[in-house]
Design a binder for this molecule. Sequence first.
Ligand SMILES: Cc1ncc(COP(=O)(O)O)c(C=O)c1O
Length: 388
Amino acid sequence: MERIYDDFTLIRKEAVGGPSLFDADTAEEVFRFHRSIPNYHMTDLYSLKQTARRYKVDSILIKDESTRFGLKAFKGLGGSYCMYRILCEKLGLDPLKNDFNTFLREDIRRSCAKIEFVTATDGNHGKGVSWAAKLFGCQAHVYMPKGTVEARRKAIEDAGNAKATVLDLNYDDTVRYAAGLAKEKGWILIQDTSWEGYEEIPKRIIEGYLTMAAEIGRQTKKRPTHIFLQAGVGSMAGGIESCFWERSSPFVTIVEAKEAACIYESVRIDDGMPHSILGDPITIMAGLNCGTPCEIVWPVLRDCSSAYCACDDSVTKRGMKAYAHPIGDDPRIISGESGAVTYGLLLAILEDEELRRIFRIDEDSIILLINTEGDTDPEGYEAVLNEE
Ligand SMILES: Cc1ncc(COP(=O)(O)O)c(C=O)c1O
């Protein structure tokens, strides 16, 4: 079942279809909220026409989240929508009848100023929470695992209303620490992964990501035959996968950092349950460096995906460089460590006849990727681009 290649490993299986957890109607509702935020704009959906021609496929579509809300990553979609839902509930507002404009009212802002959120993050989620806290006029406390680079910590504070602190703990333990503080201090835990008894908030965060699907639906009439989705805990991948599976049944590949490939490992163990990777994984793909799958989306990831890949850092480095130096007049895309791994992997597949067969790629394939982040760590990004 497992195949080993130079810089990635692969598990291929037939998707059986799973629960429809997130649908197009929800995506439309979330999109309605996001559109009401000042300075909202739809992120680009690029078609890499020259690249598609070279590799003899119909289309390669890239949803480019590197410009989302000025945060350089998609994650603010989840934090902002979830915070909106929490605040609506606290303030007795109907979330379906209001939008961000309600939160410009003086009385509402006075109430929001007393509310404090807490979260753990490897970077982008925390930045989204900090930004959303400022948007709504609340406060946030953000905790980060050991090894976090200073640029990522500072970017969180600069993005909005948060105090960001790096702990001497791995990611999963940082999540537990934040959860403990929430109990102790009465702060609201706004975490982008779920566990037993903690489902409502991560579900709202995942719903927030669906704006990407709503936008893609407006940006192209083409239905992707193949979708490559990078995963940390798998919340984003599972949410988007669920939304697309409702409409058609694309060939979905879940792509992870090899050292933290908890979804891959869970599929490999094959007892139907999610499993954690223990220890302190090291990878440049900071956003994917999570050791425990999100329980809400696990059934979707398990049952709707056709392939799982665990990639070395070299795969994402290739993707970062290829996005930065496109073929012909294809657009140049700035893609960071966690954003480019799907593209590096796709290029490796497209160049190999056997892999093309395994992934069922041919001249009619419409391939969708999400560039989930830009140069969130500018120094790291430059270092990779300047490597030989
Ligand atoms: C840039 C980027 N891409 C992908 C992901 C993976 O998202 P998830 O943890 O929902 O799988 C993250 C998570 O932080 C991220 O920051």
